[in-house]
Design a protein around this ligand. Sequence first.
Ligand code: ZN
Length: 118
Amino acid sequence: MEIKFSCTNCGKQLEADDFGAGLTIPCPKCGHSLTIPAPPAATEVSETTQSSAELKVGQQINSQDRFHISLDNKIKGPLTLHELAALYHDGAFQSDTVFSKNNSEHWYPISKIIPMLK
Ligand SMILES: [Zn+2]
């Protein structure tokens, strides 16, 4: 399920996966630090829904994709999957980092693609 929110500084519309709730990301447009809001309390995401969403993100990744990740509230990238894997192996980021793919405004938790970095 997606959380839609907007930058409190420039008003840019953003989306994040609910895994990212509570994380701080820089606005892709103005760089303002934003905390991803919690999703509406009434919606419960089932295990099944989560794992199929995970699968979907994994299946959509290919070697042409370029990634941006949020590190220390700054956006780093574009990175290839290979560069991302190298950073991961260097311990540059943790599983609670968020990433976006191909300049999308949608941020996912990096834990979704960590299995692909190993
Ligand atoms: Zn902004």
